[in-house]
Design a protein around this ligand. Sequence first.
Ligand code: SF4
Ligand code: SF4
Length: 508
Amino acid sequence: MRLHRFHGGLRLAGHKAESTRDGLRTCTLPECLQVSLLQHAGEAALPCVAVGEVVVAGQRIGVATGEFSAHVHAPASGRVRSVSSRPVPHLPGVEALHVGIAVDAIQPAAPLALPAMDAATATPGELRERVREAGIVGLGGAGFPTAEKLSAGRELLVLNGAECEPWMACDDALLRAHAGDVLRGGLLLARAVGATRVLLAIEDRMAEALAAAHAAATALNDHESSAVEVVAVPTRYPAGGERQLIQVLTGREVPRGGLPRDLGILVHNVATARAAWRAVALGEVLVSRIVSVTGRGVADPANYVVPLGTPVSHLVTQAGGYTPAAARLLLGGPMMGQALAHDEVPIGKTQGAVLVLSSDDVADERGEMPCIRCGDCASACPSRLQPQMLLWQLRADRLDRASDQGLFDCIECGACDLVCPSHIPLTAHFRHGKSTLRLRALDAGRAQAARERHESRQQRLERESRERAERDARRASALDASSDDAVAAALARARAKRAAAADPGTPP
Ligand code: SF4
Ligand code: SF4
């Protein structure tokens, strides 16, 4: 298959081997889980359990509030200890309700499951509904509700196993252990959108994952395997970005402001595909995910199957605890991860790594200097942006101009930060600019909604008053008519009486 290149990007050291030596480990349950009701892009789920209630593993504890939301399930049996607002780690400045579960010492052998379905005969609508019921969202980091992504037809499905962030190896570990599930999930997702071709893209440095994927593809039946192709893509950060991967595989660029669906392409992370397969074939709801616990600041790096809601502190303890060199804690990889101020943060559906950097890793950090307009950031930018220009607009508070110049096409990959000789934290500026614009749009939307509510109330009051007036007028005219009739009848009776008095032979 002919592959293509995307603009910019960087060649980075991988550091995947540090956590993939021992295969997958299972993280033990902590005493208490904090399960966020906003582990996805879109609206938070609404809690459907109360404090003190007993919950069973797999039971729904949060109900999706629409298409752009996702159900949340209890990862373990126990008792609800709290339903409280806490910060959402992947959305700085945002808080959401979390369900705190005091975990039972004895757990059921398996979480509650939905009835298993026959993947071969289920209709696309049934597959979408099952994915929605199971609370599946994009596990590659974006967290977009998967069922919503399956709502339009596509020609090509790309399974994204090009895990390009250094240190992160959750997809690598997943593919080594469960490549068959990933391919079966891919075929199922392809059927849900009518795609006839499935490409499983894996970075060429992930040799074991590639071997496992090829073996799994060979094990598919003839009909299935003819639709699937395993592709080794060149290792270049950020090859795992949705747009960059599409360009590498097809040579086509997603237009600025557009989406892969504009090209008839659907991209799903490999872990999402596996979760979809298990939801359909086994009825499993999404209550755990694979997380890399890695970095020079952790004693025994490995990849763990982690119950959602597990605190980072518990996970790091599983991996042998912090080393004396531990200096910085990140949720995610070194390029796109979020720095954490403490480790009492729960793992959610979109978090694939806990990275503990050592003092050596962060030693060469220098202070920010003025931009020298060298253009290195633009050369590295995989989205073909001019980061120095965006920065200029943002610093002048010209957010709309920054938006016109492609701010929302920034995938926050951090490549510009890494190459900037002036050590300007460009990505942080872009992230902040985007969230400010989103908040402004949200405020504007709320103001517009309030205006519309006010106008519609005014219209309703006017309509009711008009209708009341019309009713009163009708009643008055009916009264007039009936009183005319009554007067006429009284006159007739009086005339009849007088006539009877004048003629004594007529009975009264
Ligand atoms: S790399 Fe840094 S110094 Fe160079 S143009 Fe970009 S922002 Fe300015
Ligand atoms: S963070 Fe944004 S602007 Fe910087 S290189 Fe990546 S896509 Fe380009």
